[in-house]
Ligand binder design. Sequence first.
Ligand code: NOJ
Length: 737
Amino acid sequence: MIRTRFGNGITFGVSVLIVGWTIAATAATPADIERKIDALLARMTLEEKLGQMSQATTSGPLTDQRKEEIRKGRWGSLYGGGTAAQRAEAQQIALTQSRLGIPLIYGQDVIHGFHTTFPIPLGQAASWDPELVRQSARIAAREASGTGIHWTFSPMVDIARDPRWGRVAEGYGEDPYLASAMSAAMVRGYQGDSLDAPDSIAACAKHYVGYGAAEAGRDYNTTWIPENLLRDVYLKPFQAAKEAGIATYMSAFNSINGVPASGNEFTLRQVLRNEWKFDGFVVSDYTAVHELIAHGYAADARDAALKAIRAGVNMEMVSTDYWDNGKALVDAGQLDLKTIDEAVREILRVKFRLGLFDGRTLPGNVQGSNSEALAVAKQLATESLVLLKNEGALPLAKSVGKVAIVGFLADSPTDQNGAWVGEPIGTVTPLTAIRQALGESRVIYAPGLRGSGDTRRDGFAAAVEAARAADAVLLFLGEEASLSGEASSRAHLDLPGLQEDLAAEVAKVGKPCIAVILAGRPTTFHEVAANMRAVLYAWHPGAMGGPAIASVILGDAVPSGKLAITFPRTVGQVPIYYNHLNTGRPPSETGPAAGDKYRSKYLDVSFTPEYPFGYGLSYSKFDYSRARGSAPQVKLGGTLAFSAGVANTGNVEADEIVQFYTHQLAGSVARPVRELKGFQRIHLRPGEKRTVTFTLSTDDLAFYNSQMKLVTEPGAFEAWIAPDSVSGQEIDFAVVR
Ligand code: NOJ
């Protein structure tokens, strides 16, 4: 059988330049691939094997030394900057000038788009739209593969309950169910229908595992995660990636219960290989193998190599402990060749699956964003926007006279794109988009500050002046891109610098003020919000963030995003997340418990969040009614249907994200007060009503008991079909034997 693939924009029949058109011989069966690997392993020297297990970072043109190294099989993988031509040259050398012609696998951090920048993942999660997220990853794969990238270090599926951690921006929030849906969507998007298609790239679920639980939100910090929490929460989105067919994992920087993730036999061998049967490969994070020494887990580089290889880290990123010590470890009998061969086999398997041995060609015509990509970027940015407050100020009537736009974030393309961008093009800022929509003469722009580090107030007067001259004020506040992402943790969550002062000065003018907050994490802005008639949370919305924000502000689109992470009132409440346990002394805002001092709460601030998980407003109104289950009880192994009527009782057609939660009242291990078990994004016209149904299998209620067995325990349960994690009418049901 001959399989023919056509890349984008290729006219069949053009025979000279067949970019994007490969004729792959019969797709190799898994058995064929294993045979080919056997044959290669039989011919490889130990050095060549250690080379396959090594990845270098690179940028710019290839040096002569690097070319020579590739010829000698020193590297199995390169990652980092460079042009398509440079990547192609390196690959050509590997394929045609190295002894065995083993191709390189080229990696890159393609995190939320490549040429076309989509919202940061935390913003994407707020869309609760896995299909659109899948499409964004598909576009990123197409654009990245067009420059010779085979592999992305994405998705980052670390559950995060601490917004101080800068990398909260890169993941899908605090909930394992929602993050799992996004994780699977990203894998499907990147890897497409088949890994060897020219426009597919291998995905890498990172950072395996527990990285998001860094103590005190400080990046790279220690984590302590009991095994049942690890399995019930932190491992879930990684497992979803496996089920979606992910090709690779990245082992994390952090230690888990004292054992670094990049030397952790329990997570890497027991869980990933033995339990999940993962057969792709694991790459370490950047120098994470060598860092086993600083962790106090390895005595020296040789010990680090030994522990990481044994644990199942197949490829070492950047540090060179494998290369430097592998031979000595084998010669000394500390490491047997079988373990090395197994690691190399896993790497080669992914290379075969990607079609790299067959001289994979580039897909055609993907050099920049196209209109389809920009449309997806705009739609995803629009769906990611979360309306947190609205006292009728939004949407702004198009007949509004003049609008003052205040804040440097209204016109900062780099910042709106957020942390980890590829080769971005075509970013449209909110200022540009609003000027386009309203006309230059109706928009007065005053940045107020040059950035969050600006200590001068010399721009305040112009901002106040702009507000005076306008009928409404849009304040763009928040964080620059550099304040989130790797090594960008914050101890404070407030709007940094003098922005709160600027907002207060402008609000004093008395014009209706609307805050649009661009940030890589939940921030705290209670005082600012009190002065605003509306607050729209925009994350770092990417290239089309400007048009998306403009369309929501002006009512061409209706906000529908809902928070994928809890917003604290103050940093002192952190960690705060919706799926917590009840404690023996749960606090309450109502009833006798409200006045009881001896409850789990604070003296100086409420125990409730500023905005809960799942929360977000619309320009329309939704009424939830008649929530019920199909039966009062279900037998173990069976299913129940839960439904509620959801009606659009407002004036505009709009999307609503309907959420389904459960709670087990008593278990052999105490259960969270609520757990998300389903969601649906539905579209309703004014007056339209729909019955929304969720089917629950008793397996969905399973958790890890204290013997680390996955069990569903019979007992009493509650369920809610709700607009967020704190409301909804309760439905009681039972699971019986
Ligand atoms: C370190 C980061 O932790 C990881 O997410 C990234 O993929 C690698 N560096 C490579 O850039």
